[in-house]
Design a protein around this ligand. Sequence first.
Ligand code: SF4
Length: 392
Amino acid sequence: MTAEVISLGCRLNLSESESLRGMLAGESELVVINSCAVTSEALRQTRQAIRRARRARPDARLLVTGCAAEIDRAAISAMPEVDGLIANRAKLDPRAWNVAPALPCPAAASQHTRAFIGAQNGCDHACTFCVIPQGRGQSRSRSMAEIAADIDRELVRGVREVVLTGVDLTAWGLDLPDAPRLGALVTSILRACPDLPRLRLSSLDPAEVDDELFGLLTSELRVMPHVHLSLQHGDDLILKRMKRRHLRHDALTLVERLRARRSDMAVGADLIAGFPTEDEAAHQANLAIVRELGIVHGHVFPFSARAHTPAARMPQTPLPAIRARAAELRSAVAAEHARWQQALVGTPLAVLAERDGTGHATNFARVMLPQATPAGSLLTVVPTEIREGLLA
Ligand code: SF4
């Protein structure tokens, strides 16, 4: 039995946890928490997961890796439940775990129809609210060959869709010879993996979408018509105080250009509610950009000050206001989603069936499927209604 790997946080952690399960095969008395510390809430959930794992496995060896093991090292290692920490940057190195490199073995069938593949790690930016560079270090890219090999392995395991992920995915290649851009990586994947039916991209920096990537997003059918923007806010002054590289106009222009070339493009975004110094007008600008961009897949984060960040030293927004504004943002996204879903009724959708009787369309709309639909099958569905919040 392989080690028990509990994954928290981002898609990059998910893909790394999958690698850890392979690498720690045979370590049955080991529990690993691949932790997250992006917000105070994420850190609270990490602690909770550690306590829960210890209760469930009182005799196992419990090791913690991930961003909390870097950012909150002292606090995590002081927990009585924890036997040790593994540095986040070393977690994919078998030597860090004192195990022999896993011998190549026939790839077991995947439990998933979609796989997250890490292409890039770390970050060279310094957004004023963010601790991720502290947890993951500088930006570094995996090679095209490594990524294509991972994808081929997943295709053998029965995966039909790959989600390319990273901390700052659009920075992929900048540290490689000739500094290729993300568009070049996507082109090479499509060429090297002709059997890959669907490629989806995780968060993109609105200021960093290169021309080749833009062309692929708007014309390549195997690249999903779905962009998730690391937008963070809809007010220019707040964006400047966050030290983001884009302004609201840049995001509006990008989405307008994408939709002009591919009308079914779905937009998702990360948004922060209650950033320090955010007044009512700035909050209204944040709400407005949800409608203006038609954000239908939204991750709304109530601001939480993280130690050793410039934003933690700014005048804080009162907690009740943070919570109320986060709720308003979530309602605005839910309203956009409902409008979008209604407009999809009667539209033929290419859907990838999952194991739970539902599936995802290319634009990431969730669709209810007939019970007997085999997981991993690709089918065209024309929804006739919305049932239990899903197209059906
Ligand atoms: S781009 Fe900004 S928000 Fe994203 S990981 Fe880097 S510092 Fe954090």
